[in-house]
Design a protein around this ligand. Structure first.
Ligand code: PLP
Length: 383
């Protein structure tokens, strides 16, 4: 039975008066969609991520769909990706007619294991879609070497990692295309929203056309005139959402600092508890820490993850599990013949994972409560 107490969510937006003021200003103006704030937001994110082009879209999912389409993924193509991700990373490959070819993850970073990629490359492989799980950047140097050798594109799902750094380079220009999500639990928010970043002009043009029904304007034939060579979607982000995004981006350093401070407190508190494995940050990366997934050391506990998860919920923690590996989902099993046992590292992680609450402006009182509750549950169930 759940407590009537307020639940501490696993993630939460931080909207302040300035954000609200910026949105209201747009709502009082003439353009509420496709106004000047769309390009302003795109330019601001591109500058922050040190990349040439940015295309704002209505969600991270739309960004993935647009990126795979711009990459030319079509029926029969294969895209190598990780099973440990949100459904959209693989679903959007399927939208394009492609097959997600999963590759198991690294035990520490929980990201795709570059050592296991080459064995999965076939004549049909067109791209590698990597995911910076929890905010931790993937092994780009290793992945790029493989991509170059086999002439594959890299699409980076950076839904978790806006502001993260890999060998002192900020996420955004490491891959051929990088996608962001601005869902409320992410690093910055526009409500729903997403973006594709690239240094490639051809991809940039394709992304813009795809976002807007496939419409290509031809003003030389008349001010009204346009042509559609291939149908696109309405994946536009509104002007007031972009105004919110610009305002949120001004605070990103503070958001990430707060996330990192809370992670430091958790790491310190859980350091000597053998029943828990805390998430890793390798020394050459700086993570924006979208989530804090711990793993339970089940061999040292009397009860399984379900019982301990429910115990934490009862105490008021809005714990989560990120994610059920995609190859275990009925659709992927049926359509592509995946089965349990295919990706043992991802499966082992999944059986042990619990995501603890983490968001900027999380009160100290709540951070302490999370620590206390986790310790209490572990003490109760340890062998
Ligand atoms: C790794 C990953 N990719 C893609 C998405 C999709 O983003 P959105 O919810 O903005 O469509 C998410 C959202 O949770 C995600 O976590």
């Amino acid at each position: 039975m759940l407590n009537k107490k307020k639940i501490i969510p696993y993630g939460h937006q931080w909207i302040d008066k300035k954000d609200i003021k910026e949105v209201v200003k747009v709502l009082r103006g003439d353009w509420i969609t496709q106004g000047p704030n769309v390009e302003r937001f795109e330019r601001a994110v591109a500058k922050y991520c040190r990349v040439k082009y940015a295309v704002a879209v209505s969600s991270g999912t739309a960004a993935l769909h647009a990126a795979y389409t711009a990459a030319g993924i079509k029926t029969g193509d294969e895209v190598i990706t990780t099973p440990l991700t949100f459904a959209a990373t693989a679903n959007c490959i399927v939208f394009c007619g492609g097959k997600p070819v999963f590759v198991d993850i690294q035990k520490d970073t929980l990201n795709i294991d570059p050592k296991k990629i080459e064995a999965k490359i076939t004549k049909k492989t067109k791209a590698i879609a990597v995911v910076d799980f929890a905010g931790h950047p993937c092994d780009y140097d290793e992945t790029k070497k493989i991509a170059k050798k086999h002439k594959l594109l890299i699409i980076e799902d950076a839904a978790h990692s806006l502001g993260s750094e890999y060998k002192e380079k900020r996420i955004g220009s490491l891959a051929d295309m990088t996608i962001l999500s601005f869902h409320p639990v992410k690093i910055i928010t526009t409500g729903e929203g997403g973006m594709v970043l690239t240094n490639n002009k051809d991809f940039y043009e394709k992304l813009k056309v795809f976002r807007h029904h496939g419409i290509i304007k031809k003003p030389e034939k008349g001010g009204w005139y346009y042509e559609i060579e291939k149908p696109g979607y309405n994946y536009r982000l509104t002007d007031f959402q972009c105004a919110l995004g610009i305002s949120q981006l001004r605070k990103i350093d503070k958001f990430i600092k707060e996330r990192r401070d809370i992670v430091a407190k958790y790491n310190k508190a859980f350091k000597d508890i053998n029943e828990i494995v805390a998430p890793t940050e390798r020394d050459y990366v700086k993570s924006a820490w979208h989530i804090y997934p711990i793993q339970l050391n089940l061999e040292k506990l009397k009860n399984g993850r379900k019982k301990i998860f429910e115990e934490m919920q009862k105490e008021g923690l809005g714990v989560q599990v990120h994610y059920i590996p995609l190859h275990l989902q009925p659709f992927y099993k049926k359509k592509f013949n995946y089965k349990k046992g295919n990706f043992p590292v991802a499966e082992r992680y999944y059986e042990r994972a619990v995501t603890l609450p983490l968001f900027p402006k999380m009160p100290d009182k709540e951070v302490n409560k999370v620590i206390k509750t986790v310790k209490k549950a572990i003490n109760f169930y340890k062998k």
